[in-house]
Design a protein around this ligand. Structure first.
Ligand code: PEP
Ligand code: MG
Length: 324
């Protein structure tokens, strides 16, 4: 089976009926790049930039960040690289950032909330990204966006930094600016967000946790962490449909994008990009080849009208023989 996947390295990611979807990788550091290339990645769908901050004794400088982003963008040779701005907080702390003691860090001061508060740090990151954009195809996305105003504020700061560079005669690439869709309130309002963003990437790790109000690492409640619960599937479908209505690109970079039960459903919903750990990419490309888009659309329709997580698993297993 491994040998068969190996052959798929240089092939496009298409379904049995020839519909193409992008398979991209989630990475944490530039060192992960080789794994992406070795496994035939068609892009980087999530570069978790916070690792630059976590592996540093103090705030990483603009130049340090620039070098890291440039390396990845150059290494991908024109294939899109989606960099997520700093997602610190929750369970990710920095020794040099005194975070307040909070009852609920996952619902507290984190990600874009910190960036919009400490705008000097945010601006440094954006300048590094703008400079790196000259070396390939770089997109930027903001994590943990809950409201339209947050997206607008972040985008405005980005536009200011971009304009300052243009005014100074520095070159900058064409950059798409999007958001992580990982908060239920944003999913419900996806039709409005889709009018403002260039693209969305669904972060199912957080979206499922916040929707079910369950932490999957807490074993007493981890049974509630249900990726195939029709409630979650409806949110995802609504986000994808909302993007497409506005002609925007819909991606997913949570674990679900490489999950073999979820993939047939996501193909049925017409998800544009599946971003996952590099080691899952060829297996997923192989699964695509067994799937007929129209059949999967019908399957997805049945799934969102099912009642339970378990029912959906049964539906997929019955429809996709390799999952039996
Ligand atoms: C997610 O929430 O699905 C996601 C990809 O972000 P992270 O896992 O880094 O929070
Ligand atoms: Mg997340």
């Amino acid at each position: 089976q491994k040998a068969e996947w190996e052959k798929l390295k240089t092939e496009p990611s298409v379904t049995k009926d020839g519909i193409a979807h992008t398979i991209a990788a989630n990475i944490g550091t530039p060192d992960d790049l080789q794994g992406v290339l070795d496994n035939g990645g068609e892009g980087v769908g999530l570069f978790r930039s916070e690792f630059l901050y976590m592996n540093s004794a103090d705030w990483p400088t603009e130049d340090e960040q620039y070098e890291a982003y440039k390396k990845v963008v150059q290494g991908m040779a024109g294939k899109p690289v989606v960099v997520r701005t700093m997602d610190i907080g929750g369970d990710k702390n920095l020794p040099y950032l005194q975070l307040p003691d909070e009852m609920n860090p996952f619902m507290g001061y984190r990600a874009i909330r910190i960036s919009l508060d400490k705008t000097d740090i945010f601006r440094t990151q954006l300048r590094a990204l703008l400079r790196a954009s000259n070396f390939g195809e770089l997109w930027i996305m903001f994590p943990m966006i809950a409201t339209i105003n947050e997206f607008r504020s972040a985008k405005k700061i980005y536009e200011e930094e971009r304009q300052a560079m243009v005014d100074a005669g520095q070159p900058v690439g064409e950059i798409k600016v999007g958001m992580m869709l990982e908060i239920p309130a944003a999913a419900v309002l996806a039709d409005q967000f889709a009018k403002e963003v260039d693209f969305m990437s669904i972060g199912t790790n957080d979206l499922i946790g916040y929707s079910m109000a369950a932490d999957r690492t807490n074993e007493r409640v981890s049974y509630l962490y249900q990726p195939y619960n029709p409630s979650i599937l409806r949110l995802i479908k609504y986000v994808i449909d909302s993007c497409h209505k506005e002609g925007k690109f819909a991606a997913m970079c949570g674990e679900m994008a490489g999950d073999q039960i979820a993939v047939p459903l996501l193909v049925g919903m017409g998800l544009d990009e599946f971003s996952m750990s590099a080691t899952s990419m060829l297996k997923t490309r192989s699964l695509f080849k067994q799937l007929d888009s129209k059949e999967m659309a019908k399957l997805a329709d049945k799934a969102i009208n099912a009642k339970t997580n378990e029912e959906v698993i049964q539906l997929v297993k019955a429809a996709v023989p390799s999952e039996a």
